[in-house]
Design a protein around this ligand. Structure first.
Ligand SMILES: [Zn+2]
Length: 153
């Protein structure tokens, strides 16, 4: 009963169920999952069966845009409590609200030099795979500045 599509990456899990759209075996082609309600027009983050705005079951799951704009941000300068899994020793990082064309804002780490953080900065969705302490591969994401004109690395 092997699942042909998942096979070697069967231990790969999303950072949060329902948050990513696409195959976890191909992180470069993942997008954020969202839903749009056909009753009230609300767009929300994550795949859902009930609209978080009006409670109707008239939601359609969609893939959200990969590009957005930095709406607001802060710089996290101290190691967060709990299960923080970033670099050791701790390195300050940007944490921002990224506004997507669908009209919603997503809280995300922003991967760039903290001196370059600026409201209005064009950003690109960037999924990545990391190992958790149990050896599972977790597909997480950040946003990074759009690389205008250059080849993407
Ligand atoms: Zn609704």
């Amino acid at each position: 009963m092997a699942n042909v599509n998942e096979g070697a990456v069967s231990k790969r899990v999303p950072i949060l169920d329902g948050l990513l759209s696409g195959s976890l075996s191909d992180p470069d082609n993942l997008t954020l999952a969202g839903c749009k309600c056909t009753s009230c027009g609300e767009t929300a983050l994550g795949s859902k069966t009930i609209c978080p705005n009006c409670g109707c079951d008239t939601v359609k799951n969609i893939s959200l845009s990969e590009r957005g704009v930095l709406w607001s941000f802060t710089v996290v300068r101290h190691r967060p409590p709990g299960n923080y899994r970033g670099p050791e020793p701790f390195v300050p990082f940007g944490l921002g609200l990224v506004e997507l064309p669908e009209g919603l804002r997503v809280l995300s780490p922003i991967k760039c030099d903290i001196e370059k953080l600026k409201i209005g900065l064009g950003l690109q969705f960037r999924p990545y795979v990391r190992k958790d302490p149990d050896g599972r591969e977790v597909v997480a994401f950040a946003f990074e500045p759009v690389n205008e004109g250059g080849a993407h690395v």
